[in-house]
Design a protein around this ligand. Structure first.
Ligand code: NDP
Length: 306
């Protein structure tokens, strides 16, 4: 009988993110002591969405913990687009603010694209401004979206050189799927993007040395879709009923990814868990982008953080 494949290595994004946050904090401290510049991040939230409130609080706490200036602007749900654009204009002009992040989603009466477009591209630490999207696409230095950037750091840490590997990104959103594909291309992978209209997704998945799932469908990607030894990056964050029926009946929930973890871990070479995989990398990369933006504004060569 053939030996069962060894279980996949679990990629510890939580530990890697902690290390990255420490390197950013050390680099930010040097920027402050050597050049008198303290990186500053402004986070803007409109409305009371509970999940967004938690994200914003975490971002603020981790920014301050890294020794950076952290300003949070909490605006009422009824804030007009003109008022929001006015605030962004003031933040663009503030020399103590190097990064601006507007928490999505915005209330329906505000045009998100117009808001993202109003952010100074040099302060666009989310990497969503069309200028940064375009710079990434043509291979110029850009501020790149935090979640895909975090996924690339985990892949490099796990695999080293990614050149020539078959990479599949499932999902084509502007915030994860498309920039992820661009970053994999920049790493010299052979890149495929799959989406809701793709035909025979299991067969496409079985070709991938690297599979990045960014779909938003709980445990959609199954173990028998995975090429043995592949590296699987699960970006999905999905809240589902608790596995314990008693807790589920009382409304208890748990978080799972887009990948069926246990069955995939039995086939893959390495896999990110959910939670504790890509998720923690997002804020760490946001801090790294803020540090980078502060260095560029000051004309200082940034420390290598990756
Ligand atoms: P979107 O809903 O914007 O995009 C989902 C993508 O998945 C779309 O491109 C869609 O295709 C594709 N898709 C949907 N169903 C299928 C299917 N059956 N087969 C193949 N593709 C399909 O989601 P996001 O990109 O914003 O987020 C994806 C996941 O990542 C979510 O779970 C989200 O919570 C998580 N996330 C995690 C972050 C973090 O770790 N910090 C940050 C951001 C997101 P089509 O374009 O054809 O509709």
């Amino acid at each position: 009988m053939a030996d069962a494949p060894a279980p996949a290595c679990r990629i510890d994004g939580k530990a890697f993110a902690e290390g990255l946050r420490g390197r950013v904090a050390a680099a930010a401290a040097r920027l402050r002591s050597d050049h008198g510049v303290q990186p500053g991040l402004a986070v803007v939230i409109v409305g009371e969405d509970p999940a967004s409130q938690i994200y914003v609080r975490n971002k603020g706490e981790q920014t301050a913990a890294a020794g950076m200036r952290s300003d949070t602007h909490r605006l009422a749900e009824t804030t007009s687009q003109a008022e929001l654009l006015d605030l962004i204009g003031r933040l663009n002009a503030d020399p103590g603010i190097h990064g601006i992040l507007v928490q999505m989603p915005l209330p329906g009466h505000i045009d998100s694209a117009a808001v993202l477009d109003a952010i100074d591209p040099a302060k666009d630490v989310d990497g969503f401004h069309v200028l940064n999207v375009g710079r990434l696409a043509v291979g110029l230095p850009a501020l790149t979206p935090c979640t895909p950037q975090g996924a690339i750091l985990l892949l490099r840490h796990t695999l080293g050189d990614l050149s020539g590997l078959e990479a599949l990104v499932v999902g084509r959103s502007n915030i994860v799927g498309k920039p992820m594909a661009q970053l994999l291309l920049a790493e010299n992978c052979t890149v495929t993007i799959a989406h809701s209209r793709s035909r025979d997704l299991p067969t496409i998945c079985r070709r991938a040395d690297i599979l990045v799932a960014a779909v938003g469908k709980p445990e959609m990607i199954r173990g028998d879709w995975i090429k043995p030894g592949a590296t699987v990056i699960d970006v999905g964050i999905n809240r589902v009923p608790s596995a314990d029926p008693v807790k589920a009946a009382a409304g208890g929930t748990r978080v799972v990814g887009d990948v069926a973890f246990a069955e995939t871990a039995a086939v893959a070479g390495a896999i990110t868990p959910v939670p504790g995989g890509v998720g923690p990398m997002t804020i760490a990369c946001l801090l790294a982008n803020t540090y980078l933006a502060a260095c560029r504004a000051a004309g200082v060569e940034p420390d290598v953080l990756g």
